[in-house]
Design a binder for this molecule. Sequence first.
Ligand code: ZN
Length: 123
Amino acid sequence: METIDIKYFKEKLETELKVLTEELEKIARINPSNPNDWEPIPQNLDIQEADKNESSDRRAAFDQNIALVKDLELRFNNLKEALQKIEDGKYGICEDTGEQIPVARLEANPSAKTCAEHLGPEE
Ligand SMILES: [Zn+2]
């Protein structure tokens, strides 16, 4: 059986989490009552009526932000979950079957929850 280099993957996950957090902080803020929930920051939508076109552009940009935040938030939570598994000594174990996830798969996706054959609905 392959050995998973926990220290290596922990550093990888922490680096990814840091980059992701910086991305999220540009467009969202953490929900004060739920640290796993990021709320998109509303742009200034209450601008003058004269700027209607600009306003709808901003609305569209905000809608895009909502989708982006959702995507980043999912990755953020996956990374945090993977780091928690390292703490719990359960990192690299397939959530579906309990077998070890191949190292090559973890290399491609350090927060993988299952091996490739047992993909969850989120992946
Ligand atoms: Zn599996």
